[in-house]
Design a protein around this ligand. Structure first.
Ligand SMILES: Nc1ncnc2c1ncn2[C@@H]1O[C@H](COP(=O)(O)OP(=O)(O)OP(=O)(O)O)[C@@H](O)[C@H]1O
Ligand SMILES: [Mg+2]
Length: 262
């Protein structure tokens, strides 16, 4: 059973600007959905900068296949569910650079879509490289996606790029599931005061201006940095206001995707 025909929902994680938290959102959204009883796949479409295996601590796994099809790395979560992951990181030495031009990258993506034995999945979460270049548009032509989630920080330069990402999706006929504002205010663990390092409320403002849903915001939290580096998604860490904020976002994503089914 190759290809993505047996996947019910496909969600792209997109941003205009780099480093705003796409991979963090992708990994934690995937785990939150698994914890809600869904079978989930994670496609690391960032061919030259694949980070998902590191963020799930499965970077030493080796791909298997039957000569024709590639089998994703399966990360069990509990007894019945898990995450199936496909990433370029499983195919290269850890620190190797991948100096590939777009046609080669898109060729690999095509293989990840067509030749991988994804099987029956409720969700495929697709983590894209930054920008509005070839990858997001190509993914949208390779398979029918439910829509794109746009991740931005509240910083003006990121918002500028987020607008472009929304316009790219609209022009290409890709539904926008909504905007997530990441790295919103930092709450000082000592005094409790909030410092808005990258500004305030920009994600919601852009969503409102462009007529797309706002899914919520995630604060800057040192726990997110540590959990990413340790390979333990933060939704699996003890409950905190950050985890609660993210769970609310997941509920909105779930509702938006299922509303499209009606
Ligand atoms: N809310 C947050 N609070 C603190 N650190 C964060 C937060 N979100 C992400 N980070 C950290 O910021 C860094 C960049 O995040 P991430 O890799 O998810 O961004 P990205 O958009 O996928 O980057 P790229 O464009 O390079 O693919 C990571 O080290 C991550 O742990
Ligand atoms: Mg990334």
């Amino acid at each position: 059973m190759s290809g993505t025909d047996y996947i019910r929902h496909k969600i792209m994680i997109v941003s205009g600007k780099g480093g705003v938290g796409k991979t963090t959102v992708a990994v934690n959204l995937a785990l939150a959905l698994v914890e809600n009883g869904q079978n989930v796949g994670l496609l690391d479409a960032d061919i030259t900068g694949p980070n998902i295996p590191k963020m799930l601590k499965i970077e030493d796994e080796i791909l298997s296949g039957d000569g024709e099809r590639l089998v994703p790395v399966y990360m069990p979560i509990g007894c019945d569910h898990g995450i199936s992951v496909m990433s370029m990181a499983f195919m290269i030495e850890r620190d190797a650079a991948i100096p590939w031009h777009s046609p080669t990258r898109l060729g690999v993506l095509r293989q990840f879509v067509d030749e991988v034995q994804w099987g029956l999945l409720d969700y495929l979460i697709i983590d894209l490289p930054p920008g509005t270049g070839d990858e997001p548009l190509s993914i949208a032509t390779m398979m029918e996606v439910d829509g794109a989630i746009i991740v931005t920080t509240p910083q003006e330069v990121a918002l500028l790029d987020a607008r472009k990402a929304i316009n790219m999706a609209k022009d290409a006929g890709i539904p926008v599931i909504g905007v997530i504002e990441n790295m919103s205010g930092f709450v000082c663990p000592r005094c409790g005061n909030q410092v808005n390092l990258f500004g305030e409320g920009g994600g919601k403002r852009v969503a409102d201006e462009m007529g797309v849903p706002f899914l919520g915001s995630i604060p800057i939290d040192p726990m997110i940095v540590k959990s990413g580096d340790d390979g333990i998604p933060f939704v699996a860490t003890p409950h905190s206001s950050t985890v609660r904020s993210f769970e609310e976002i997941v509920e909105r994503v779930y509702d938006a995707v299922h509303a499209q089914e009606m």
